[in-house]
Design a protein around this ligand. Structure first.
Ligand code: TRP
Length: 455
C-alpha cells in the first residue's frame, strides 16, 4: 500500500517542527559546555559567524533540495542525479548513528527527571551518582528504551499529525521554561562574573581551534548533514518563503543556545562550580549548581524536563528522516517500519551505553595525528558523525547544489517564479559554491589530520 505523503499544515507548524529538530541537547548541553571549555565570548562570536555564513547556507541548500523534489533525502538525490544518491545514503547513516546515541542520552535525562521527583539529592555526590549510573549494564538501557518508545509513538502518527502537533505545544513551553531559568540564574548573587565572561571579548581565547569547534557545533545544532532538514523541506508547501524560514529557524536555534548559555554560565560562576566541563557536564556539574541555589529543586527539575522536551523534538526529526526514506523507497508501511528501525537502532544504543563503563567495548578510529587507535565504541560513534560524516555530507551537498544541480536552480526554487524576493541570492550562491566548501574542507582537515575533535 502506498502511504500518502504529508505536508506541514501551517507556516508556524513547519517553523516550530524544524526549530524543534534544531533545538536539542546540542543547545542545552553542548553549547554552554563549549562556551565554558573555549573561553566564553570568543567561542560565542565564532559560533554566530558560523551560523550566519555557513549554517544558513547549508540549511537553505537542504531545504531547497527537499522541497524541489518533494522526496526523502535518498529519493531526492536519486531523482536529481543518480550518481549523487550516496549523499542521501550518507545522511541516512549519519542520522541512524546519531539517534542511536541520542536516545541513550535522552534516557539519562529521563532518569534524572525521575531522580528529581524522588527528592533530587543524588546521594550527595553528583559525579559518583552519574558515573555509577552510566556504568551499570541494565538500568540505562531501560531508560533508553523508554525514550525510544516516546519517539516512536510520535513518529508513527506522521509529520503533520504527530511531529507538527507535538512541536507546536512543546516549543513555546520550552521557551518559557528556559526564560524562567535564565531569570533565576542571572539574578543570583555573583552572577555578574559569569555574564562578563560571556560578554567581554578576550583575544587570548580566540584561535583557529575555537572557530573550528564553533562551526562544528553550529552544524550539529542546526541538524545539518544528516538527511533531516532535506526531509523536513520535502513537506514544505510551495507557498512558503524558504529564505525567510531558513533565517527564522537559524535565528530561533541560536536564540535558544544563547539563552541556555545565560541560564547556565552565570549560575555556574555564582555557585563557584568548576568550569572544566566535559561531556557529562549537564549530569555532573549542573545538579550541584541547582542544589546550591534558592528553589534549586524546582529549577533543577524544570531544567531536565526542558532538556527532555528539546531532546524529543530532535529525536523525532531524525527518526522521521529514516522512516520517510524506508517507507518511500521500499514501499513499506509506517508503523512496522518505525518499530523495526527503532529495534535495530536500539542494538547500537546498547553498544553506546555499555561502552560508558559497563563493558570495555572498543572500535578502531584513525586520524593522522594519533594514528590508528582503539577507542570506546561510544566515542567512535560520536567522532564518526560529528567529525566525519556531518561535515563530509555537507561538503558534498554544497558541491552538488552549487556546481552540479546549480545554485540557480536552488534560487529559482526559493523565488517560485518571482513570487518571493530573495535579496541575498548572490551571497548565497557564492557561499554555497566557494565559502562553505572551503570552510568544510578546513574543518575536515582539522578533525582528520590534526585530530582536533569537533564534538
Ligand atoms: N540539532 C539537534 C541538537 O542540537 C540534534 C539533531 C537533531 C541533529 N537532528 C539532527 C544533529 C541531525 C545532527 C543531524 O541537539
Amino acid at each position: 500500500m502506498k502511504e500518502e505523503r504529508g505536508q506541514w499544515a501551517s507556516h508556524i507548524g513547519f517553523i516550530l517542527a524544524a526549530a524543534g529538530s534544531a533545538v536539542g541537547l546540542g543547545n542545552m548541553w553542548k553549547f554552554p559546555g563549549k562556551v565554558g571549555a573555549y573561553g566564553g565570548s570568543g567561542f560565542i562570536l565564532a559560533y554566530l559567524i558560523g551560523v550566519v555564513f555557513i549554517g544558513f547556507t547549508v540549511m537553505m541548500a537542504e531545504l531547497v533540495v527537499g522541497r524541489a523534489t518533494g522526496k526523502n533525502a535518498i529519493g531526492a538525490f536519486k531523482s536529481l542525479s543518480k550518481r549523487w544518491t550516496f549523499i542521501g545514503v550518507m545522511g541516512a547513516v549519519t542520522a541512524f548513528i546519531i539517534l542511536s546515541y541520542y536516545a541513550v542520552v535522552g534516557g539519562w535525562v529521563l532518569k534524572y527527571i525521575w531522580a528529581y521527583l524522588q527528592g533530587g539529592t543524588f546521594g550527595g555526590d553528583t559525579t559518583a551518582y552519574f558515573t555509577g549510573f552510566v556504568s551499570q549494564a541494565w538500568e540505562p538501557l531501560i531508560w533508553c528504551a523508554a525514550f525510544m518508545l516516546i519517539t516512536v509513538l510520535i513518529v508513527v502518527r506522521g509529520a503533520e499529525k504527530g511531529i507538527e502537533r507535538v512541536s507546536k505545544v512543546i516549543m513555546p513551553v520550552l521557551f518559557l521554561m528556559l526564560i524562567a531559568i535564565v531569570i533565576r540564574s542571572v539574578t543570583l548573587p555573583g552572577a555578574g562574573e559569569g555574564l562578563s565572561y560571556m560578554l567581554s571579548f578576550n583575544a587570548e581565547n580566540f584561535s583557529v581551534t575555537t572557530i573550528v569547534a564553533a562551526i562544528g557545533q553550529a552544524f550539529f545544532s542546526l541538524s545539518l548533514g544528516a538527511a533531516v532538514i532535506i526531509t523536513y523541506g520535502s513537506y514544505v508547501p510551495k507557498s512558503e518563503n524558504l529564505s525567510k524560514s531558513t533565517a527564522l529557524i537559524c535565528g530561533l536555534d541560536t536564540c535558544v543556545a544563547l539563552l541556555a548559555g545565560f541560564a547556565i554560565i552565570p549560575a555556574v560562576f555564582a555557585t563557584n562550580t568548576d568550569l572544566g566541563m566535559g561531556g557529562g557536564f549537564a549530569f555532573m556539574a549542573l545538579p550541584n549548581v541547582f542544589a546550591q541555589m534558592p528553589m534549586g529543586w524546582f529549577f533543577g527539575l524544570l531544567f531536565f524536563v526542558l532538556l527532555l522536551f528539546a531532546a524529543i523534538t530532535s529525536a523525532i526529526s531524525i527518526m522521521e528522516a529514516l522512516v520517510a526514506f524506508v517507507t518511500e523507497e521500499c514501499g513499506t508501511r509506517r508503523v512496522p517500519t518505525t518499530l523495526i528501525l527503532a529495534g535495530i537502532m536500539f542494538l547500537f544504543s546498547v553498544g553506546y551505553s555499555l561502552s560508558q563503563g559497563a563493558v570495555d567495548l572498543r572500535l578502531p578510529w584513525f586520524d593522522f595525528k594519533s594514528g590508528l587507535q582503539m577507542l570506546p565504541m561510544g566515542t567512535v560513534m560520536e567522532y564518526l558523525t560529528d567529525n566525519l560524516f556531518m561535515p563530509l555530507g555537507s561538503l558534498f551537498l554544497c558541491i552538488f547544489v552549487g556546481w552540479i544541480w546549480g545554485a540557480q536552480k536552488g534560487i529559482a526554487e526559493v523565488e517560485q517564479n518571482g513570487k518571493f524576493h530573495f535579496g541575498l541570492k548572490k551571497v548565497w550562491s557564492v557561499s554555497v559554491k566557494y565559502i562553505c566548501p572551503v570552510a568544510l574542507i578546513v574543518i575536515l582537515f582539522y578533525s582528520l589530520v590534526l585530530g582536533i575533535g569537533l564534538s
